[in-house]
Design a protein around this ligand. Structure first.
Ligand SMILES: *[C@@H]1O[C@H](CO)[C@@H](O)[C@H](O)[C@H]1NC(C)=O
Ligand SMILES: *[C@@H]1O[C@H](CO)[C@@H](O)[C@H](O)[C@H]1NC(C)=O
Length: 241
């Protein structure tokens, strides 16, 4: 597998609490060429429209001024413009990664986005049910269906042109960018102190993310690239609040 050197990118917070470092990149091999697809899990920092489909007329992302600087209309993103994942897709020559819940002519050839605004890494259904373990279940379901259709004698050209190939699942990039809602909920809803958060919330968040990485892992990736976001570390420790 030529492209197996890039496989999983984890942008997540708080590894520093466990690893005792403030930033770091753990990688075996280097990035080379463009990946065939990107699979995204997370919250509003990566949601390209799932929240709007899941909860119509509810999320502020459907209203102005969201989307005003780039799309010139609300795009379902909690941003005036593009999200990090949009820049990644463009860099690799893909269209923007479409939401899993898109129901109008979705094209998942170059990946699919399971991120839903408000999602938590831990399986707590408040504020929204689209928690990370649900997103990875959705991924497993999606992948099984794609594999089944790729083996089907009746596969149509439309399926082939709108779905990732089996190789794209193996050689694609997996982005997991989640955890800030867990921390904010603890801080504000549960009225915890930063040190409570560090002690009680961060470890289960890290373990939920680790578990997500292991979902069907032998099929998912061969190398893990971990990128710790320092800004989230700062947020988690309360230094920016
Ligand atoms: C979340 O937890 C509930 C209650 O324990 C469980 O029934 C549900 O299956 C879990 N969801 C996922 C996606 O793992
Ligand atoms: C993992 O993926 C393979 C195909 O790559 C599939 O046959 C298997 O059922 C998957 N495992 C789970 C737990 O979904």
């Amino acid at each position: 597998m030529a492209n197996s050197v890039y496989s999983v990118i984890l942008l997540f917070l708080a590894t520093s609490f466990l690893a005792g470092e403030t930033s770091g990149i753990k990688a075996e091999g280097a990035f080379s060429g463009d990946p065939p697809a990107v699979f995204v899990f997370g919250d509003s920092l990566s949601d390209t429209g799932n929240v709007m489909e899941a909860f119509p007329f509810y999320a502020d992302a459907e209203n102005s001024p969201y989307g005003s600087t780039f799309f010139h209309a609300p795009s379902g993103r909690f941003s005036d413009g593009r999200l990090i994942i949009d820049f990644m897709a463009s860099k690799w020559g893909f269209p923007f990664v479409e939401p899993y819940l898109n129901n109008i002519v979705p094209n998942y050839k170059h990946g699919i986005n399971f991120a839903v605004s408000g999602a938590t890494a831990r399986n707590i259904t408040d504020p929204i049910p689209f928690v990370l373990p649900l997103q990875t279940d959705q991924f497993v379901r999606f992948k099984r269906r794609v594999y089944a259709s790729s083996n089907s004698k009746h596969k149509s050209g439309c399926l082939v042109s709108h779905l990732p190939t089996v190789e794209a699942f193996k050689d694609g990039i997996y982005v997991i960018f989640i955890g800030v809602n867990d921390i904010l909920l603890s801080l504000f809803a549960d009225n915890s102190t930063p040190s409570d958060v560090k002690e009680k919330t961060v470890p289960p968040v890290v373990s939920a993310i680790s578990k997500a990485v292991q979902v069907n892992s032998s099929q998912l990736y061969e190398t893990v690239v971990v990128h710790v976001m320092e800004s989230f570390t700062a947020l988690a420790t309360g230094t920016k609040l």
